[in-house]
Design a protein around this ligand. Structure first.
Ligand code: MN
Length: 211
């Protein structure tokens, strides 16, 4: 089996001026492609029948040791970026809705507080990684950060929103100014998709599919 680069749901320049076209082109076409290639190389010759990269990461500790760290890095990179592209949309969609908004109010002290907490968490990540809004194993919302390409799926959390903190995501336009990049992301976050992911994740955990 072979993993593939998913189609980008908008043009490279669609997120201008917040995220520039050149960054998008390199980020998607070079960086994400390299994660896909690395993952395919890592699993080639191994009996990996799992068709979904998210499932592969959720069961990372059961994989053969010799491919575990490559799958963690390249598979994590593939999964994180697949989600990241859908988390952005031209024009953004303002704020969370429905059940997600209620959960943010009840569990995180409201949308403004979430934004503060998310920014603080993202700014504190030393080096490369991701900032996340996730559903934890107790079905509670948490704001967290992972290093490198580690996915929250590896510790049983379901990502609702993820923002890439690698310099390759912002260096051409923002150089070292991660705070400006984070503010720019707020203009293009797709809260509709995040709200949908939340509802689906809650339903999935309430009614797990049993084989
Ligand atoms: Mn990236």
């Amino acid at each position: 089996m072979n993993f593939k680069l998913p189609e980008l749901p908008y043009a490279f320049d669609a997120l201008e001026p917040h995220i520039d076209a050149r960054t998008m082109e390199i980020h998607y076409g070079k960086h994400h492609q390299a994660y896909v290639n690395g993952l395919n190389e890592a699993i080639s010759g191994h009996d990996i029948s799992c068709p979904c990269v998210d499932e592969l990461l959720a069961s990372i500790y059961t994989l053969p040791e010799e491919i575990r760290s490559a799958v963690r890095n390249f598979g994590g990179g593939h999964a994180n970026h697949c989600m990241f592209w859908t988390m952005l949309t031209p024009g953004g969609s303002d704020r969370p809705m429905g059940e997600l908004l209620s959960a943010i109010d009840d569990e995180l002290g409201g949308f403004d507080h979430l934004r503060e907490q998310f920014t603080r968490t993202a700014m504190r990540r030393f080096g490369s990684g991701w900032a996340w809004l996730c559903l934890d194993v107790h079905q509670r919302l948490v704001v967290e950060s992972t290093p490198n390409q580690d996915s929250p799926l590896m510790h049983g959390h379901t990502p609702i929103l993820g923002i890439d903190l690698w310099e390759h995501a912002y260096y051409l336009k923002y150089q070292n100014r991660r705070d400006e990049y984070l503010k720019a992301c707020c203009h293009v976050v797709n809260w509709d998709i995040a709200s949908k992911r939340y509802t689906e994740a809650v339903q999935r955990k309430a009614h797990p599919v049993t084989a």
